[in-house]
Design a protein around this ligand. Structure first.
Ligand code: PAF
Length: 284
């Protein structure tokens, strides 16, 4: 396994590999890798001749009062994990390498970025699509792998790839969960022990609504209320809810009233100052 820091070097490597007829899979990450990331890497490994994992804490996708300065890092641990999966290249650019002084371009998906996470994080998705475009141009992948935990991010990237005609297949990989159901996330490391236990309540509440849906409760408001009630059941609920929404799983538009299309129940909560997101598909 090789670690590359330079943009020029990774692009030259990617160009040469593509010319030699090798297929490339990219797994973009911000590091502090967990089993969810490893699942993306395993899927990538099974598909392509070369697997590139990028590790870059992208400053432009964080808002002014977010956790950029304390985002967890463990490069040595990450490199070991990548090695164990059989990754070929780990791309670890510096901020300066991706955003030199003169940098002034951005990529924006204009509509589906305004709702859900985008409502509370207005510059977030523009930061994501800008860095992902750069990573695509630097690593020239045939396929790129993203987790379904960031359901909206996946939809935004698919939109961008279609709209800008990137010749890249985007592959969404199902959420990997801890044994108590909490969706794996690098940010789970922020949770103190008590809140970490309480965090399993998010999946429990989503599962409760999913069960109701399977039993024939198909009104989106009723299901949203059921999640809220379940989360707030304790006298002092630890959760501050940012949103609980049901969206059409294909075009990412909100469903109010009767659910008649494949749908996804999405949630964002704050728990002890940590923002957590999760989602479950509503299907029979
Ligand atoms: O999902 C993430 O970890 C990040 O948003 C991504 C896609 C690596 C872009 O920085």
């Amino acid at each position: 396994m090789q670690q590359i820091e330079s943009s020029k070097e990774i692009q030259a490597f990617a160009l040469e590999s593509r010319r030699a007829g090798k297929s490339i899979a990219l797994v973009p990450t911000m590091g502090f890798l967990h089993d969810g990331h490893l699942e993306l890497m395993h899927k990538a490994r099974a598909q392509a001749d070369l697997v590139i994992v990028s590790i870059f804490i992208n400053p432009i996708q964080f808002g002014p009062n977010e956790d950029l300065d304390r985002y967890p890092q463990d490069l040595e641990g990450d490199l070991n994990k990548c090695r164990a999966v059989g990754v070929d290249i780990v791309f670890t650019p510096t901020r300066q390498a991706l955003y030199p002084e003169s940098f002034q371009t951005s990529v924006e998906v204009t509509k589906i970025t305004k709702c859900l996470c985008g409502a509370g994080r207005p510059t977030h998705f523009q930061g994501v699509t800008t860095v992902v475009s750069k990573l695509f141009n630097l690593t020239l992948p045939d396929t790129a792998f993203f987790g379904e935990k960031d359901f909206q991010q996946l939809a935004v990237i698919r939109r961008m790839v279609t709209d800008l005609s990137f010749p890249i297949k985007i592959i969404g990989v199902p959420i990997v969960r801890e044994s108590d159901g909490l969706a794996m996330s690098s940010r789970n490391a922020y949770l103190p022990t008590k809140e970490r236990k309480e965090a399993s309540g998010i999946f429990a509440a989503l599962s409760h609504a999913q069960n109701l849906y399977k039993q024939g409760h198909k009104e989106s408001e009723e299901l949203g209320q059921a999640v809220l009630k379940q989360l707030g059941e304790k006298i002092e609920s630890p959760f501050q809810v940012e949103y609980i929404k049901i969206y059409d799983a294909w075009n990412l538009t909100e469903i109010s009233g009767l659910i008649t299309t494949p749908a996804v129940l999405l949630i964002a909560v704050h728990l002890a100052g940590t923002r957590l997101i999760d989602n479950l598909l509503l299907e029979n």
